[in-house]
Design a protein around this ligand. Structure first.
Ligand SMILES: *[C@@H]1O[C@H](CO)[C@@H](O)[C@H](O)[C@H]1NC(C)=O
Ligand SMILES: *[C@@H]1O[C@H](CO)[C@@H](O)[C@H](O)[C@H]1NC(C)=O
Ligand SMILES: [Cu+2]
Length: 167
């Protein structure tokens, strides 16, 4: 029966979309609050899961804050090593390319001491999503499915429903 065939095709399309490569996430540090004073980034990070292939985005008013990659000691002491160049654009993107603990602090004034510091634990890439190699090109699947993968999946699902209903 034609309608059954159409339904199966539609179902297959939806399943492929949903079960396809896991999407890399973009994490806006501090969500809509951004990178600022009077925010608990420990608490924020505890609600998130970070994977290799994800991106961190630090949003802040340029020249008011900055972002410095730190090690554990610099994070705890708020004393970044002098050979690290701070990120200063106000819209800084960091690719999480390897698993493990990562630390970031603000290098302006006493901001780090006051809590403008972030420690995260980066997990392996989600299964099905190949870890992007730092030197190679981004995996082609990730570039079209992310960051609007969910949107694309919804469109396909809606189209599939339409096909089923019309058949
Ligand atoms: C931030 O939140 C964590 C976990 O909820 C808590 O342990 C810590 O004391 C908080 N830090 C500050 C400065 O409030
Ligand atoms: C992060 O990765 C993207 C590809 O996913 C690349 O275009 C971009 O230049 C990288 N940015 C940094 C700061 O490494
Ligand atoms: Cu700051």
């Amino acid at each position: 029966m034609a309608s059954t065939t159409n339904f199966l095709i539609a179902l297959l399309v939806v399943v492929v979309m949903v079960a396809g490569p896991a999407m890399a996430s973009e994490h806006w540090v501090g969500d809509d609050q951004g990178w600022k004073l009077d925010f608990n980034y420990t608490k924020w990070a505890a609600t998130k899961e970070f994977h290799v292939g994800d991106k961190l985005i630090f949003k802040y008013k340029k020249d008011v804050h900055n972002v410095i990659r730190a090690d554990q000691e610099a994070f705890q002491n708020c004393k970044p090593s002098s050979d690290v160049t701070p990120l200063t654009s106000g819209n800084d993107l960091i690719n999480l390319t390897s698993p493990g603990k990562k630390w970031y602090i603000c290098g302006i004034g006493q901001h780090c001491v006051k809590g403008v510091k972030l420690a995260i634990n980066v997990l392996e890439a989600e299964s099905g999503s190949p870890a992007p190699s730092p030197s190679g090109p981004a995996p082609s699947s990730a570039s079209w499915i992310s960051p609007n993968g969910k949107f694309v999946a919804s469109i396909v699902a809606a189209f599939a429903m339409f096909v089923v209903i019309m058949s």
